[in-house]
Design a binder for this molecule. Structure first.
Ligand SMILES: Nc1ncnc2c1ncn2[C@@H]1O[C@H](COP(=O)(O)OP(=O)(O)OP(=O)(O)O)[C@@H](O)[C@H]1O
Length: 708
């Protein structure tokens, strides 16, 4: 795979990633040349420490990443690369005294949403194709003022740059479902983040799963992206090839959660030599570095002590780090034959370390302390010079937002930040529409699978034949009730258990999107309810259309009313399932809770047990089956032809008084020992169940399952 050398120049097309023409006024003539808007996104961290459950994962890590540069974080497995990226993205809480500033301000929710984060594990909806995934991402994360054509243009260009054209119609896959290859998924992940044009891009192991050519192409592409778009790109990488290594501007080396080097990547060889750890000319520095770090603890101790002493960090601040001049150095693992071991005489610690200051203009004070970060960011940010130069055409929508129609088009750093005050990129209505469509598409294969169709048709026919053309007489009352009870309980179980995995199944994707601020939870939640509504109703309706006419069709209004109650019951059950699923987020726990709840609802539903002990009567009022079953009886026994009395030994006293009489519907319901509520009250109670479960589900997601 070969990437274009210029990230934006694709086969000679216009080098604009984001549309030039839009309704939002943008600068045409004057632009800030020294500091384009996005270039203010300097990421500076000092004394950055992270502890989880009392375990220190990161300890006093310092560094700074500037727009236009590629900062690579390297270190052995478990050294804390992902933890650091999580901390920089605001997903992991920092220990006290840690300092993290983005664009000169402490990282807050608003800035968090301007950070693109490609995590190590790509999470997508497995059944959506890449085309659909990118389309929905662009609809959700690009502001409303983008037209459909502009969105499509952006998607097309990013697809082209990342060479994803061939797999656009392939399902994303994941879990048990086959789909995109590992490398394609990784590039798809990057494409989703690039669509939003973030000023800061964090990538956790972006080259994992790629072959060496593709990996090199990707890093080149990111480098060009950082350079041309003035973006801050920070990535973690395990063991890059030497070609990739030489593309890094800055390198942060981690070992055991501590930094052992931060500075220009090209000066790492000199640094290691200073410490007495030579890197031979023809070796890939990345390989040698990793060998040292993973090899004897002496090498890493030496690096750490040197780093601490030279930087004046932590305990070693007091101690002078001294090399013994007779020290033979540390043997290199990868060249462990006596002939190739090479040692250089260790040097004394330089009095004033300037390892990464290649020249004054790029010399960052890497011994970054809080006040220095402030000074640095301040000095980088202001003043912004203006020129009369034309727009190069490279500014992104974010730039244009910040520029607005201000005549000077020169905004202070803080005004850039306030341009992101809009909490969400799109309106509630847009989010609702897009998420409803996406939800429908995503849930359809799961809820309307081939097996579900077969199962429903089979069950409908079975029930139809079992209760075929029932006569309307006293002897068949329990059969008619049996069909109604079976239908309500079966579809309750189907909807409730089917909904249990709904939230847990998409939790990772939704959390990722919520953290990146793509949409409101309320929009997602209401879209889920609406998007899945036709799906949750399809199967019960199909079953009903088959089995009820086979049992005996009487009139249209009874037919439709019964259908409504069956569907309402299913929707209530689905709401309960969604709530339990969200609460437990664990399939085993949620099935146990649901099994208990549904069994209790069946027992108190009014068909299996007609004599409920007085002290347990309250439990009946918690059974949704009780209300749905009773409502269906009312509709069926009052709407259709009345039930004829048994010719002899009728259990209804009214039947014994006259011959060929009929049984009023309320006597049938009363005979089952259930107190009768008016149909409207039953209906309202069912709707209340629906409302309560849905509100509880929202509260759980909002306050209990907040993504971190
Ligand atoms: N939630 C957690 N609780 C306890 N320890 C954790 C937690 N998360 C990570 N760690 C530990 O922190 C250390 C750093 O983990 P991290 O994932 O940041 O390493 P890494 O350098 O990214 O590794 P790799 O290259 O293998 O992905 C590891 O030892 C890991 O076991």
């Amino acid at each position: 795979m070969i990437f274009s050398t210029d990230f934006l120049l694709v086969h000679g097309r216009e080098p604009v990633l984001y549309p030039k023409e839009r309704s939002v006024p943008r600068m045409e003539k004057r632009r800030c040349t020294t500091c384009p808007a996005a270039s203010k996104y300097i990421v500076a961290f000092s004394n950055l420490s992270v502890s989880i459950a009392g375990k220190k994962l990161l300890s006093s890590v310092n560094g700074i990443a500037k727009p236009g540069q590629l900062l690579a974080i390297m270190g052995p497995s478990g050294s804390g690369k992902t933890t650091l990226l999580n901390a920089l993205s605001g997903r992991t809480p920092l220990d006290n005294q840690s300092s993290l500033q983005i664009a000169g301000l402490p990282l807050d929710k608003r800035h968090r949403r301007r950070i693109g984060y490609v995590t190590q594990h790509d999470v997508f909806f497995a059944d959506l194709t890449l085309r659909q995934t990118l389309k929905y991402t662009s609809e959700l994360r690009l502001p409303d003022f983008f037209t459909d054509e502009e969105r499509k243009l952006n998607v097309d260009r990013i697809v082209q740059v990342l060479e994803l054209e061939k797999c656009l119609d392939t399902a994303m896959g994941g879990g048990m479902k086959r789909g995109l290859s590992g490398g394609e998924r990784k590039r798809a992940s990057i494409a989703c983040e690039l669509l939003t044009d973030p000023p800061v891009m964090l990538l956790d192991e972006p080259t994992s799963g790629l072959d060496s050519t593709a990996a090199l192409g990707l890093i080149r592409c990111l480098k060009e992206y950082a350079k041309h778009e003035q973006k801050t790109v920070i990535l973690s990488i395990h063991q890059p090839s030497s070609q990739i290594f030489h593309l890094f501007d800055k390198l942060l080396l981690l070992h055991g959660g501590q930094s052992v080097y931060f500075g220009p990547a090209k000066e790492i060889v000199e640094h290691f030599s200073l410490v007495g750890l030579p890197i031979q000319v023809h070796y890939n520095p990345a390989d040698v570095i990793m060998d040292y770090l993973k090899g004897s603890s002496e090498a890493s101790d030496r690096l750490l002590r040197y780093w601490k002493s030279s930087k004046g960090v932590g305990e070693s601040k007091e101690k002078e780090f001294k090399f013994d001049s007779t020290d033979p150095g540390i043997p290199l693992l990868s060249t462990q034959t006596s002939e190739t071991w090479s040692f250089v005489p260790p040097l004394q610690t330089p009095e004033k370390p300037s390892l990464w200051c290649s020249d004054n203009s790029t010399c960052f004070c890497d011994n970054v302390q809080q006040n220095e970060i402030n000074v640095l960011v301040e000095s980088e940010a202001l003043p912004i010079k203006c020129s009369e130069e034309g727009d190069s055409g490279r500014s992104s929508w974010s730039d244009s937002q910040s520029h607005g129609d201000n005549s000077s088009n020169c905004h202070s750093h803080s005004s850039l930040l306030t341009s992101y005050d809009n909490k969400w990129p799109t309106s509630f209505w847009t989010q609702f529409k897009v998420l409803t469509r996406r939800n429908f598409l995503e849930a359809k294969p799961r809820m309307l699978s081939k097996l579900n169709w077969i199962q429903t048709i089979g069950l409908g026919l079975m029930a139809g034949f079992l209760w075929l053309q029932l006569e309307r007489k006293e002897e068949t009352i329990s059969d008619i009730q049996g069909w109604m009870f079976f239908s309500t309980t079966y579809w309750m179980l189907f909807a409730l258990f089917g909904a249990l995995a709904s939230f847990p199944g998409e939790q990772e994707v939704v959390n990722k999107e919520r953290i990146s601020g793509a949409y409101r939870l309320s929009a997602y939640y209401s879209a889920k309810m609406v998007g899945e509504l036709p799906l949750v109703m399809t199967m019960p309706a199909l079953y009903y259309f088959i089995s009820y006419p086979m049992m005996g069709f009487h009139n249209v209004s009874t037919f439709l009313l019964l259908l409504c109650y069956l569907l309402l019951n299913s929707i209530v059950a689905q709401s309960a399932g969604l709530f339990i699923g969200a609460l437990c987020m664990d399939f085993q726990a949620s099935t146990t809770v649901s099994a208990l709840y549904t069994l209790a609802m069946q027992l108190f539903g009014g068909f299996l047990a007609t004599k409920v002990p007085p002290w347990l009567q309250w439990a009946r009022s918690l059974s949704m089956i009780h209300y749905a079953f009773q409502s269906m009886q009312m509709v069926e026994f009052s709407g259709g032809p009345l039930i004829r009395c048994a010719s002899e030994n009728s259990r209804f006293s009214s039947c014994n008084q006259k011959e060929n009489g009929t049984i009023p519907y309320h006597l049938i319901i009363e005979a089952s020992g259930n107190p009768i509520l008016p149909l409207e009250v039953n209906t309202v109670i069912l709707f209340l169940f629906l409302l309560i479960f849905r509100v509880l589900g929202y509260i759980v997601l909002r306050y209990y399952r907040t993504p971190r």
